[in-house]
Structure formats: C-alpha cells, structure tokens
Design a protein around this ligand. Sequence first.
Ligand code: 26Q
Length: 832
Amino acid sequence: MSSTRRGRYGRGVTTTHPLDLAPAHTPDAFAHEFLLNLNFDRGVTLAESSANDRYLALAHTVRDYLMARWLDDLTRQKQTQAKGVCYLSAEYLLGRQLDNNLLAGGLTDIAAQALDGLGLSLDELRGHEVEPGLGNGGLGRLAACFIDSLATLGVPNIGYGIRYEYGIFRQTFVEGQQVEQPDAWLALGSPWEFARPEDAQTVSFGGRTEKYDDDGVTRSRWIPAWNVQAVPYNYMVPGFENGRVNTLRLWSAVATNAFDLRIFNSGDYEEAVRAQTYAANISKVLYPEDSTPQGKELRLQQQYFFVAASIHDFLDNMLAEGYDLNRLPERVIFQLNDTHPVIAVPEFMRVLIDEKKLEWDAAWAITRQCFAYTCHTLLPEALEVWPVELLGRLLPRHLEIIYRINEEFLDAVRERYGDDELRIRNMSIIAEHPVRSVRMAYLATVAGARVNGVAELHSQLLRDKVLSDFSDFYPEKFTNVTNGVTPRRFLRLANPSLSSLITETIGEGWVTDLERLRELEPFADDASFLARFAEVKAANKRRLGEVLRERDGVDVSDGHMLDVMVKRLHEYKRQMLKVLHIVSQYEGVISGRLSASDLQPRTVIFGAKAAPGYAMAKRIIHLINAVGSVVNADPRLDGRLKVIFPPNYNVTLAERVIPAADLSEQISLAGKEASGTGNMKFALNGALTIGTDDGANVEIRELVGDDDFFLFGMSEPEVSALSDRGYRPSEFYQADEGLRRAIDLIASGAFSRGDRSVFEPVVSNLLYEDRFMVLADYASYMTAQERVDAAYRDADGWNRSAVLNVARTGFFSSDRSIRDYIDRIWHTPPVI
Ligand code: 26Q
C-alpha cells in the first residue's frame, strides 16, 4: 500500500531503498506529504480536519522523512556487528517529540513554511502533543538525554524500557492539595511509535525448578507457571543533523494465547477475559515513587518483564548467525540504569546456562563483562531490596542463580579477608533482616564490570560510605561519570533566542561541541552583548508569562527576579527551606520590622510532584500553596513578593520555565542529592545558582567560580559531624529569632485560616526530627539570599555573572557524559 501511495511521486517506485522514496527537502514536498498523511492516514480533508488530525499528520510527515535513515541504521547495526550499548531503564521521561525530531532532521524551517503555505501554524500545532511522561524525574530524564547523545555521537544503541499505558500522573490542586489524575497519554493516538507484534517475546513467571540429566550432566530447568507476551513498540531516536536514527524499544504486556487457551478449555470465558487483564496490568502504569520503594509484586513483574524481553530480543535479533557467545563482551554492554533492571543479571545467566548450555564459569565470565551499573542515590531507604519469599515465588530459577552468585562471591571474600563474619554479613547479597531479602545494588556491584556514581561527590561517597566494603574488594570497578543534559532540547529548543545570540556571537557548531560556549567569556564584559543577553532573558520571562496566563490564569509581574525551585518534592531536597525564606520575608513585613520597599521584587516559582503515598511531601505542597495564597493577596507586600506553583510540572513546562529563571534553587542537604540535572539546565540558560555543596553543584561551582555562585550551608563532612554529635533542631529554633518567628507564624494557623492543626505535622517534624537539617542551614541560607538580593540590584553585574554561567558550563552536555561512558565503561566507538 505504501509503495502505491509513494508512487504518486513517480520517484523510484521500483527500488526497495526507502531513501529513494523519501520526499524531497522542500516546503512543497513537505506540504504534499502532509496532505497525503492527512487524507490517507487520518482519512480527512484539510477542511474537515481537527487540530489533533493535523498534529498527527504532521508527526507522520516528520516520521516519513526520518524513516530512510532509521532503516539504514537498523541494517547497519546488524551488518557491522560493532559493539553497541543496550541501555536498560525502567523510565524514559522523553518530553514532546515533534520539535526534537524536526530539529534533528533539519526540517523545522521547511515544516514551518509548508504549514504556512497551507494557512496553518507550526506554533499552534506543536501545542497539541501530549508528552510521553514515562518517568518520575531525574533518572528518567537522564535516560532520555543519554539516548539523544548516543544517536548524536553515532554510537550503536538500543534503549530498552516499558511502554506504560499511563505515565506519571497529572497533578491538579484542589484547595491547595495535590490530587492525582491518570495520564492517558495514548488516548489521542501515538504517532511516534511503531508496534512490532511480530517481534513479540514470551516472558514467563512463577512455577518451580527441577534437576534433570542432560547426557550425563545434571542441569536445572525452570518450569514456569504462566507467561505473558511482550510486544515491542519502536521509537525513532534521531541524532542531531547527522543522518543517524537509533531505536528506543518499549515493551507492552498482553496475554499469550497459551495463557487464555488453558482457561478457555476449562470453559470459563469470564476467567479467560480476566486473565487478559491480569497480563496487561504489567505495563499498565508507572509507579509514581522515586524513593522508598514499596516492594510491590507488580513492580518486580514489570522489572523482569522488560529486561527478559530485552535480553532475548538482543540475542535473537542482533547477533550474526552462529555467533560465539563467549565473544558477547565484544558485541554488547548492558547498562543498568539504577537497580531497577538488575534482575537482568540472573536472567542472562539463566539463558546462557539453561538455554545455551554453557558452563557456569564460562557464563559468569561473560556476564561480568557484559553489565555495568549506575547508582543514582545515597539515601539508604532508596536502595532496592526484594524479599526472598517474593522473588522465589515469582522467579524461582533466578533466586537459585542469585544464591550461587552470592556463595561464590562470599567464598572469594573469605579467601581475601578470612572468616570475618561481620564483613561477610555486611557484604552478602542476601540480607537476613528484617526479612530475608536480595540487595539489588550489591548484586549489581558484584556482577557489573563497572559501578559508577553520577557526580564526583556522589561517586566518592559511594566508594567511602554506601559501598565501601565493595570498593575495598573491587577498587578498579568504581568510577564516576558526571551527569549531563542534552543541549539540543534544553538549550537549542528551549531557548531559541539565546541560541540565536550564541550562534551570532561564536558561530555554529556549539550544539554538538558545548565546550565552545567558553568563547562567550570575553563577551561578559561587552556592553552591547550584555544588553542583548538581558533582552533575551526578558523575552523569555514574557514568554513564560504568556504560558502561565494561558495554562493557569496567573500573571507574572514585570521587573521581578524569577526565583525557581522545580524538582520532585522530597524532604531531602528541602523545599521547606525555601518556604521558610518566603515566610520570613513575609513575617518581616507584616510585623513591621521590614518595609515592603526593602524587598527586592521576587516571584518564586515552584514546580513539584509528590509521590501519592508520601504524606509529608503532600503536606509541604499544601503549605506552599497556602503560603502563596496568603502572601499573594496581602496588600502590605505591595506586590513585591509573589509565589506561583503551577500544577503538573513536566518536561514541557520545564522548557519554558528554565530559560526564564534568574535564580536556580539547588538547596538539598549536602550528601543527599546524587547529582541533580536541573541545576545544569539552569546554569546553561543563564540562571545563577544558590546552592549547597552537593551533587553536581560542586562541579558547577568549580567551573563557574565562587563569585558567580551563591554557596551556603554545611558541607557533607560538616553534616556527618553534626549528626554524629547529635542534631537537635530545637536548639537552632531557640537560637534564631527570625527562624522562630517564621515557624511560629506557620504554627499559628496564619496560612490555614487559624486552624493550627493543618500544618502541625510539618512544624513538629521540623522542631523534633528534621532529618534533613533544614533548621541548621536556615541562617546561612538567609544570608546567602541577602547576597542574592544585593547582587541582583546591580543589573549589569548580574547579567555578567549569568553570561559566565552559560560560558563555563558546557561541560554538562550529555555528549560529554556519553563520551566518558564510552572511554571508561563501554568501549563502544562511534560507527561512521
Ligand atoms: C524503585 C522501586 C520501586 C518504585 C520506584 C522506584 C524508583 C523509581 C525512580 C526509585 C528511584 C527513582 C528515581 C530516582 C532518581 O530520579 N534519582 C535521581 O537521578 C538523577 C539522575 O542521575 C540525579 O541527578 C538525582 O540526584 C537523583 O535523585
């Protein structure tokens, strides 16, 4: 059908190479292709089409242009048999696809002109895309940045993950409190995906294992109890203007025929339909937690489901005929994005031993070279463990394999250190308390060829604290790869005005060579450049104002500093510290100790989702909204302090908020934020950071310099020392009048119509527990904010600092991160 349709062009209809069928790079050809898609794919005329029809036809048109390159790359990856990266991630927080794919394909201008010629607007149509929110936050967005860089660098890569039917929930506020709505992102069609039911894999669960005699060799096998089909959906991952298109392959669960048949044969039709639902549940919804995993059975099913399908997919489809499995390390590296895909390790062993009949030692030698593990946390409660009871019930053969890996590992530990039982207990992959469980981070560390943290400080703390016994035992495994962000989405697309200014100033090429931003440094002292830079920031603020007015009906005041804190709501990130700053300023004015005219006009923008089961996080959201409605309405402030909390912060909103920001809040307790990546996006867009010495803030400050970064708070060693001494938050409360007044005002019910009970849990938690030492850093934070105010009053000085932030943070391109992974972990050169 497609060739008859293309035949209308009369170009190369007989050839099978899609490049000959691709429409020409002209507005006319683009318009023609768009109309064909509207008519033949959507089945409507332009006059009858809905906005969604037009968006879908546009997306299909972009696809058509990228298709030839994609098919080439699929063929190339099989033909060259070059080593590639299988990135295993339970999350990909992709954001909208249309603009990114237009940019990568060099199609933006052609598309805009083509649509213009038809009386349509690209600007209007791009707004109709629902972003695929298949991730919680930093980790999922990092995966999306990484596959963009892999494609841009020309590295063979498949990203494997889960096609959740519902992504991260849509957040709404009802009376200031978070209410979650399902994210039906597929409802209006999903033009970027290609279902490949013919490539489906079967994934098994449950049952038992048994020993059998295989020609004199005793082997184990798994007799599963049930299985599901994993159906892959492919997404294009185009490199930036390099003609390369990699693949993201997301798996969707459906019931197998066998699954139904057994029940159909029993004559129970209703039960058979229920079975369908049970299977499809596996990929139904993204778990909206980003820490303190709950150990839910369905979550383990999701994890095994996608990694088993991915491993089989790679082995079945990517290896040359008769490939010698002992050489797999020359062909592939599986990168484990946190512990979520770690069950891939015993699965890989099971395939090699039970299915491919390799000996244990040979299989283990291959496995140890084919996996590498990235850790993304420092919070002990965020380290994933699975109860042995649950794992053994769902994956009995895998549990056996894990036990054997552990036995051999502990033997090696004994050999090195003798019978140091405490050490053995501490290093065992199996924990005995509170219930016998598998420690997934330990399994990953034992199996992985490399273990990396995501910023220098984080990697150091992994070595010295979280995994110190392991770094003693395997010093060569541990390394750092500092995170990065893709400059395509977070600079070029999100900030077109700044991008144009950069290109006019230093020329093209910086989008794929971000260290070239250094060439902007001399312009930090060039008055005419600074004036243009200031105008870019002002225009970005106006653009954000329009978005917020249209989206939420709120106004952003002119002339305000935009002070922004956007990230998941978590106590360790300390949104509370920001709240205390706002409340202190407010209290100062209403108590008459400050005059409103003393305030540097500021608008504080928050964006944050709380895990639905995280009660304290939800209370803090409620408090922020409550403080916002009181502060915004109080005439005594003379409009000089505003709080805006747009609901449903996501990638699309980030792309508007970040380029408009003046001040970036990165205020976690030192030693708790593994890296942060929002911090990088802000600096690259010319916001100044107020931040603690934590995660990648450390590296940002080293690059930007102390003069252009507002550092405050305890360092990680100071935090450790305070906690060893015994931290008593009430002492800080007693000692600091400003702090006392702010907390008392919240406790008084001033933000809850006099009802003191509403925020009582927040207040008590701060006074009597304060795990993340908000009160200990309060004074230092307040003085740092005074430095911010003073600096902002000097507009030229501020702009100069902002320019230096842009010029000096090119290091944080995810292209650099990926080069680091290639050099130190993957050894997968680009394929030209
Ligand atoms: C695990 C099991 C069960 C349910 C949920 C989870 C789960 C899901 C997501 C646990 C953690 C996450 C996400 C973690 C995350 O986003 N971490 C962040 O990763 C960024 C990229 O490396 C860092 O910049 C951040 O510092 C880190 O917090």
